[in-house]
Design a binder for this molecule. Structure first.
Ligand SMILES: [Mg+2]
Length: 389
């Protein structure tokens, strides 16, 4: 990266957040298998304590399946208002150390602490203080990852969960990344993984050293993106937002898109990623945003406010696709370099608390586990072949 001064990024992720809050409020449930989720027939697990995870329960799994795996577990309905309250407390702690806090969800955030190093010593010193403050003031455990970019910091916080504390030094990046399975790369999912495996690519290190031309057959328009990640490169900024203000995803393509069907397929994948996070927080959103950057780096944003909030992928996709269509009508034959989809204007989702009926719940169950590139819904199937040139 061109910056001479490396960034100092911390990723904090609360351990089994909803479940841990319940155990905090109900000490009798401590050390037990505890599952927070929708309790109805279409309910989905929102969080599972570590003893429940040891039995194979994970978030986004149908609650019925969790009941079979952990019949003796405590099952509780989510209390989002309480989780938000604790989340605000935790974010308040983050703000003591830097104004640059980017919330990803109620229990997870990136912090850019580059401006606070002189005051507090090192990123590790700040990470340790944050972890200790959270424990002392909320009684909850967090995992902390530290690195010079967001991608590595997030992997680091996850590397030794729960109560993890991992710092990746700039000269230790390959040692940290190379042995990891490719599935750890966000976006390498159930469909992509076996195809890479056939190329002999099982680990991030193997991906890094693989022939880009062969990779392009599998990864299409995202080959450069994944290769950069495999080298541990990520120049995304920490953008201060609160998770309850807006949620968005965007992607920059290796090669500019001109085919409108390929653009729509990308929009669907982005819509899925956004709404999965919305549903996870039991929210529904009223305002939908589209971001388009063309080949000449001109960026346009379009938004539309719905009459009623939605948490459904299809609803977001349809509006985003409509906004894109209008942009395309005004910019005929303009190659597109980046597409982004976002939502804001949140309200609580209407019960059942799981919020994600039918197909959305099923897709959440798959993608929660395998990542978004594994989506198999109709339109996104067109993505890969169309991106190949
Ligand atoms: Mg967490």
């Amino acid at each position: 990266m061109p910056d001479s001064q490396p960034r100092a990024i911390i990723h904090v992720d609360m351990d089994a957040f909803y479940a841990s809050v319940e155990q905090l409020d109900h000490p009798e449930y401590r050390d037990r298998a505890l599952i927070v989720g929708g309790l109805g027939p279409r309910g989905v697990v929102s969080a599972a304590s570590y003893p429940a995870r040891a039995l194979g329960v994970h978030s986004a799994m149908p609650t019925g399946q969790a009941r079979r795996l952990a019949p003796g577990a405590v099952f509780l309905k989510p209390r989002m208002a309480r989780y938000r309250e604790v989340s605000q407390q935790v974010f308040g702690i983050f703000k003591r150390y830097t104004p640059l806090v980017e919330g990803l969800s109620l229990d997870e955030a990136f912090l850019d602490v580059g401006g606070s190093l002189r005051l507090f010593g090192s990123r590790e010193a700040i990470g340790a203080r944050i972890r200790d403050d959270i424990l002392a003031e909320t009684g909850l455990a967090a995992s902390v990852g530290m690195a010079h970019n967001k991608f590595l910091a997030k992997l680091a916080s996850d590397a030794e969960k729960p109560s993890g504390f991992v710092s990746v030094p700039p000269d230790g990046v390959q040692r940290f990344l190379d042995p990891m399975p490719i599935r750890r790369l966000w976006g390498i999912g159930k469909r992509t993984e076996p195809r890479l495996r056939r190329l002999g690519v099982l680990t991030i290190g193997q991906l890094r050293r693989a022939d880009p031309a062969a990779l392009r057959d599998v990864l299409g328009n995202r080959t450069a993106h994944f290769l950069a990640l495999a080298r541990g490169e990520d120049d995304r900024e920490v953008t201060p937002v609160r998770p309850d203000k807006s949620i968005s995803h965007e992607i920059t393509f290796d090669r500019d898109l001109v085919d409108t069907r390929a653009m729509r397929a990308e929009l669907l994948v982005l819509s899925e990623a956004v709404m999965r996070r919305v549903r996870k927080q039991h929210l529904a959103a009223k305002t939908i945003h589209l971001k388009v950057r063309d080949a000449r780096f001109r960026t346009a944003t379009r938004s539309l406010t719905l009459r009623a909030p939605t948490s459904q992928t299809r609803g977001l996709f349809q509006v985003a696709a409509g906004l894109l269509e209008r942009w395309l009508a005004e910019h005929r034959n303009t190659p597109v370099r980046l597409l982004g989809v976002g939502v804001s204007g949140f309200s609580e989702a209407i019960e059942p608390a799981t919020g994600a009926p039918g197909l959305d719940a099923a897709v959440d169950a798959i993608t929660g586990r395998f990542g978004d590139a594994s989506l198999v819904r109709g339109l996104s199937l067109e993505r890969r072949p169309r991106n190949r040139r």
